[in-house]
Design a protein around this ligand. Structure first.
Ligand SMILES: [Zn+2]
Length: 332
């Protein structure tokens, strides 16, 4: 059963399965919660339940329908014609009838070509079609507006799952037309077990799980040995940069760009820094260190938490880091 792959989300799965078995599942669902907690797995489990030939309403993962729903073509597009994925940059400019590739957002062209043209005709093979929108907050205003009417009055044979880790950035009009389903951060223990299940050494898995904020995706990045070494180096650099001359500060913060990957890296670094600083603080206090040193450690700890909070609010990564560390350098 594909739903069995989604771990640690009893409330979300309970709502989906109750809706499915009663035949009253809302036609437009909004899966929200951090990255790496099972939204994607749950969306494709639902796709299986919809297109399964052997166990409709549940999914078997083995029949032709399920295999095509879970299988991917060369470009990462599902093989099943009735399992449709909308995602920024997934389709070429030719497929979307555009003159340039999609870079900054999910364009109105994608919504028109991939969604609206399809929903106008019945599904190809399955009784229903499912449209899965990854990072729905990346829809341009035009794209969101183009989708609104279909979300409001969907064709009888079409279901939507919109996914987002940044609920606050989704247009209120989209939110109001979808049924929210919350995916909570996973417990550290579960993240650890999932990593161990994927062959990661127990000690490394435990440490990564502790820093990952309940996300398997973040934990996997943190558990990568090369990344761990890099992080230790980055933590030391940031610690030194606090209170250092401006040039050194700028050098330490200039390594971070503003991509999704930079965010994951910086989040790991900041969480590691928070733990390092908390340990250091305890050591300083217990050893009766001078107040100035205790104060500096305390400020670094607070600064790491500040930047983390800014990242959660989707601030520009380099600017948030630079601004916070600059303020910190003045304090120390
Ligand atoms: Zn099946």
């Amino acid at each position: 059963m594909p739903f069995a792959d989604v771990l640690g989300q009893p409330h979300a799965l309970g709502a989906l399965q109750r809706g499915l078995s009663a035949g009253r599942l809302h036609h437009a669902l909004l899966f929200y919660g951090p990255d790496g907690v099972g939204k994607e797995l749950a969306a494709f489990a639902l796709a299986c339940a919809i297109v399964c030939l052997r166990k409709p309403g549940e999914g078997c993962r083995e029949c032709e329908g399920c295999r095509k729903a879970l299988g991917r073509g060369a470009e990462g597009i599902p093989l099943h014609p009735d399992v449709v994925v909308v995602e920024k940059g997934l389709y070429s400019k030719d497929q979307l009838g555009r003159s340039t590739d999609e870079k900054t957002d999910i364009s109105v062209d994608q919504i028109r070509r991939v969604v609206l043209e399809r929903v106008a005709i019945p599904p190809n093979e399955a009784p229903q079609r499912i449209i899965i929108v990854r990072r729905a907050e990346e829809m341009s205003t035009g794209a969101a507006n183009a989708l609104l009417k279909t979300l409001e009055e969907p064709p009888a044979h079409t279901r939507f799952v919109l996914m987002t880790a940044r609920l606050g950035e989704l247009l209120p009009t989209i939110r109001s037309r979808t049924l929210p389903v919350r995916f909570a951060p996973l417990s550290d223990g579960l993240v650890e077990r999932i990593l161990v299940g994927r062959g990661i050494e127990a000690k490394v898995a435990a440490h990564a799980a502790q820093l990952a904020g309940g996300s398997v995706e973040t934990a996997l990045t943190l558990a990568d040995p090369a990344a761990a070494e890099e992080r230790t180096r980055a933590v030391e650099k940031l610690r030194r940069a606090a209170g250092a001359p401006l040039a050194e500060l700028l050098e330490a913060t200039s390594e971070y760009g503003n991509t999704g990957e930079d965010r994951v890296q910086l989040r790991g670094t900041l969480e590691a820094l928070t733990v390092t600083e908390a340990t250091e603080l305890r050591r300083l206090v217990l050893s009766g260190a001078p107040l100035r040193e205790v104060d500096a450690s305390l400020h670094r700890h607070a600064a790491a938490l500040d930047v983390s909070a800014m990242l959660e609010r989707n601030a520009n990564v380099p600017l948030a880091l630079e601004g916070t560390w600059l303020a910190l350098s003045r304090k120390i």
